[in-house]
Design a protein. Structure first.
Length: 304
């Protein structure tokens, strides 16, 4: 199960009723956060979620609306008596940028581990999740992220019995371990079925449309993508500032055939995003207009 909360859906500056774009994903007692702009903490508080279990922070890029809330967040986590290390992932230079912001948050009771992204695509294993970072097309280096929870196949009891394996060895085999019994080695593939469909969330803001975005969104149960502009005539501004319109995001969702699209990262000038939903859904019917603290629980197919 993945517990998802879109903390905010604003771009550039927080508004009275619209927090800056940020995402939290909870799994197995850990939390992964993507971006932390000004006033992100307020949205977390309103949602009633906790800061202490944040184990990983993924930074898309170094514009202020995506990272300026970090010093306050770190201080709050420290005040919650957190001692476990925090991993911060971001474009090359993330350690320098974060440490510069930490001038106003110099003393913390936990260490920070930095992972600097330097390739067009990098795959990380964190908190039991597979996190894929992929570079997108903004006016500074920027990454999108896919978060995946894999699911192994079912244990084949009959196969284990046919091999004569005692029950005490079943659990290690289920965990992918190799066991030895009566002088012979047994591997998990001998008793496990094919991997089943896992869960996947893909997140992308601040980019022009790119094939790589759709490629990484394929198979996503939830695709969260910026739709900065709803007015069709703003396409030229989107191109100049290297952002996306809602319609371009919907086209990417259509290409990737995702289960659901949430639009986010609205321009401050976009007062009523919902007025464009009908036109966007003509391109991709499974579109929802993101709103602050929008939540969803993703379960495995046979557990829904």
């Amino acid at each position: 199960m993945l517990d998802i909360c879109l903390l905010g859906c604003g771009g550039m500056m927080p508004l009275p009723n619209r927090a800056l774009t940020s995402l939290m994903v909870r799994y197995n007692g850990s939390t992964v956060m993507i971006d932390c702009g000004e006033a992100t903490q307020l949205s977390v508080r309103r949602q009633g979620w906790s800061f202490k279990p944040i184990d990983v922070l993924l930074v898309t890029h170094f514009h202020a609306d995506h990272i300026s809330g970090l010093p306050g967040l770190l201080l709050t986590m420290g005040n919650a008596e957190r001692t476990e290390p925090l991993t911060i992932v971001g474009p090359a230079g993330v350690e320098r940028v974060v440490n510069s912001l930490r001038v106003i948050a110099p003393e913390l009771p936990f260490t920070i581990k930095f992972v600097e992204l330097k390739e067009k695509e990098e795959v990380l294993q964190l908190c039991g999740l597979t996190i894929t970072a992929f570079r997108v097309n903004h006016n500074i280096t920027c990454y999108g992220y896919s978060i995946e929870l894999a699911r192994s196949g079912k244990f084949n009891v009959e196969a284990a019995k046919a091999l004569g394996l005692p029950v005490t060895l079943w659990n290690p085999l289920q965990k992918g371990q190799t066991v030895t019994y009566e002088g012979k080695e047994y591997t998990s593939d001998m008793v496990m079925g094919q991997d089943r469909k896992g869960l996947k969330v893909t997140y992308c803001t601040d980019s022009r449309p790119m094939p790589v975005i759709a490629e990484h969104a394929v198979g996503s149960d939830l695709f969260i993508c910026e739709g900065m502009y709803g007015e069709p005539e703003e396409i030229q501004k989107a191109k100049e500032k290297k952002h996306m319109t809602m319609y371009e995001a919907a086209e990417l969702a259509k290409q990737a055939d995702v289960s659901e699209l949430w639009l986010t990262h609205y321009s401050p000038s976009l007062i009523k995003p919902k007025q464009y939903i009908d036109e966007v859904q003509k391109i991709f019917p499974r579109t929802e207009m993101g709103k602050d603290r929008m939540t969803k629980v993703l379960n495995f197919e046979d557990e829904e």
